[in-house]
Write a protein that binds this ligand. Structure first.
Ligand code: G6P
Length: 614
């Protein structure tokens, strides 16, 4: 949800900022803008609607000489995508420029107060209010810019990651954060700031994650200074990044999404490494084992997440109930936080988030912790906010996911949930050892199994041509395949803009069956599990209404092959592992349908990968 980047140093400021914006474009691409302070103390601000490439074209004939700068890629919240609403925003006297990720909730009150003092506003954004407020305080109190930023932030209710530069000072950037991410990269004679580390990983591996309500003073030639809003200096903890630049490139694939789908054998291997040991006999998730009594004695588990992570969470419910015999509820974080939840210290809340920054999931965690629940996080981005706010947790270790539609993160989340359930079951002895060992052996084989599944690529590419112009799709599954149906439908919606509904196959007869005709294809996830016979009937019900069927089945399936129009076969697996392999053909199907329709699969309209607003 908006990406910000800043730079002071001897490098080419414009080039570094633009490249940084491209890396952050997954956070939003409604508009982009850049503010450059040139050596003579002139502040040049350029903005363009749409993607960063539009900004680059716009800047081609402009003065790009600079000693420092800040830049922004926007996902619109307050005010439509337009030039005037694009960041950076100015103070009215043109002295300050500011970029912001987050939402200033009390902006209306602040705006009215500033208007009464004669301020005029040129955009509909909450951000412009903040920059005007800072400058108003600086001028009326005759104080330093650092003090003015501190004072302004004390008046602000909401979330922010900001960077501010001043016309006459090309040697300083001030940055601050609360509830929106901000990380500072420390290089030799140069300093970076960004919403995540991807814009500067090729220049430095040393970084500092700013904490809530901290303010960074970045000055040329001076060591980094971090203050809290009360002006007390904080200690600086430098972290070394594990990220590598090759992880941020397409590596020969036409899109990040396809690269990430094909990376899954490796990402799952990384996810499993060191966690299933002794040939599959033991499950070692340290975050669980260190707190095993809590898990054994848990009276209930509540899973909170959003989007694709919520679908992984729903699979977590099936896994944990099946294997650990603990009651599980799965909640959308955005609903949970306002549902007046009832929790206590025998409840465990599992928060799942690829980015580790989703605002609703973070808020849900805070509520759960306040009520005494033990909070366990499952995230991908190391050092992000969610792992820092939880009591314990596990990283999925699938590497940066850049395609907006989540693929490898989903399978990584499901894999972690499977290992989590298995390690609790092992401690609680709710599943016989031989069964767990068999599961462990299959988990160790999953990377190879996924490689087999990916061989369906060409078949799916051909199949996609038949269905490219369908206007609606139904995705059906039962048991472990129901969350897969939901995720398959979401993938199609997100990137091809075709309406698709995921449904429990047996519920179809209570409504959606009325939609079925020859123009409504159904994708039915029907592996050979304990509900197989049941779903065969559901497949027949669809066929009887003239609907065409694409079925995902287990190798050697005979029954459904005779009914469905197309079948895609996946290898036989223990039931609880089938979602990992049945979801992959669905990822490929949505990818190719979107490509056939000429859609931008990596940056679908209106979406952003990291949702740091409510
Ligand atoms: C956005 C993304 C989805 C993602 C969801 C939750 O909507 O586009 O792909 O599933 O946020 O994100 P999280 O980072 O919390 O998993």
């Amino acid at each position: 949800m908006c990406g910000i980047v800043g730079y002071i140093g001897d490098g080419n400021v414009y080039d570094i900022l633009i490249k940084g914006l491209h890396r952050l474009e997954y956070r939003g691409y409604d508009s982009a803008g850049i503010a450059l302070v040139n050596p003579e103390g002139k502040l040049n601000v350029y903005k363009a609607m749409g993607k960063v490439s539009n900004l680059e074209s716009f800047c081609r004939s402009k003065d790009l000489d600079a000693k420092a700068g800040i830049a922004h890629t926007r996902w619109a919240t307050h005010g439509e995508p337009s030039d005037s609403n694009a960041h950076p925003h100015f103070s009215e006297d043109g002295n300050l420029a500011l970029v912001h990720n987050g939402t200033i909730e009390n902006y209306k009150v602040l705006k009215d107060a500033l208007s009464q003092h004669g301020c005029h506003f040129h955009s509909e954004t909450d951000t412009e209010v903040l920059v005007q407020l800072i400058e108003y305080i600086r001028v009326t109190n005759n104080c330093t810019l650092v003090d003015a930023v501190r004072e302004a932030l004390k008046q602000v209710v909401g979330a922010y990651a900001i960077a501010v530069i001043e016309k006459n000072n090309p040697d300083r950037i001030i940055a601050a954060r609360k509830s929106s991410p901000l990380v500072i990269g420390i290089g030799e004679n140069e300093t970076f700031l960004a919403s995540d580390a991807t814009p500067f990983v090729e220049y430095t591996k040393d970084c500092v994650y700013l904490k809530d309500e901290e303010l960074a003073v970045i000055e040329r030639g001076e060591p980094l200074k971090i203050l809290n809003l009360e002006n007390q200096e904080s200690q600086i903890d430098v972290t070394t990044l594990e990220l590598s630049i090759s992880q941020l490139e397409k590596g020969g694939y036409p899109h990040f999404m396809l690269k990430e789908i094909f990376e899954q054998p490796n990402t799952l291997r990384d996810c499993i490494r060191g966690r299933v040991v002794d040939g599959g006999k033991r499950f070692v998730l340290n975050g669980v084992l260190d707190n095993i009594e809590k898990f054994i004695n848990a009276k209930r588990i509540v899973i909170v997440a959003c989007g694709t992570s919520w679908h992984a969470g729903l699979l977590g419910k099936y896994l944990l109930q099946d294997m650990c015999r603990i009651p599980v509820e799965v909640e959308y974080a955005s609903e949970f936080r306002y549902s007046n939840p009832v929790l206590d210290d025998r409840d465990i809340v599992i928060a799942i988030s690829q980015s580790g920054e989703t605002a609703d999931t973070l808020a849900a965690i805070q509520i759960a912790r306040r009520q005494g629940a033990f909070v366990y996080g499952i995230s991908n981005v190391v050092g992000s906010s969610i792992p820092r706010e939880t009591n314990s947790g596990t990283y999925i270790h699938v590497g940066p996911e850049i395609g907006v539609a989540s693929t490898k993160a989903f399978t990584g989340q499901v894999m972690v949930l499977t290992m989590l359930a298995a390690s609790i079951a092992q401690a609680k002895k709710t599943v016989p050892e031989e069964q767990l060992e068999e599961l462990g052996r299959h988990i160790l084989q999953i990377p190879e199994t996924v490689k087999e599944v990916l061989k369906l690529n060409d078949t799916i590419e051909r199949l996609s041509l038949i269905y490219t112009y369908a206007r609606n799709f139904l995705y059906l599954g039962r048991g472990y395949s129901y969350p897969v149906a939901l995720e398959g439908a979401l993938k199609l919606k997100e990137i091809s803009y075709i309406h698709a509904e995921g449904y429990p196959a047996a519920e179809m007869k209570h409504g959606p069956i009325a939609l079925i005709d020859e123009e409504m294809p159904s994708v039915i996830i029907a592996p050979n599990d304990h509900l197989y016979e049941k779903i065969v009937s559901n497949v027949q019900q669809v066929k009887a209404r003239g609907g065409s069927i694409i079925a995902i089945v287990t190798e050697g399936d005979k029954l459904i092959r005779n009914i469905a129009d197309h079948v895609l076969e996946v290898p036989k697996m223990p039931e609880c592992l089938t979602p990992i392999i049945t979801s992959i053909p669905l990822q490929l199907l949505s990818y190719y349908i979107a490509i056939n329709k000429g859609k931008d699969v990596d940056m679908p309209r209106n979406l952003a990968k990291s949702v740091t607003v409510e």
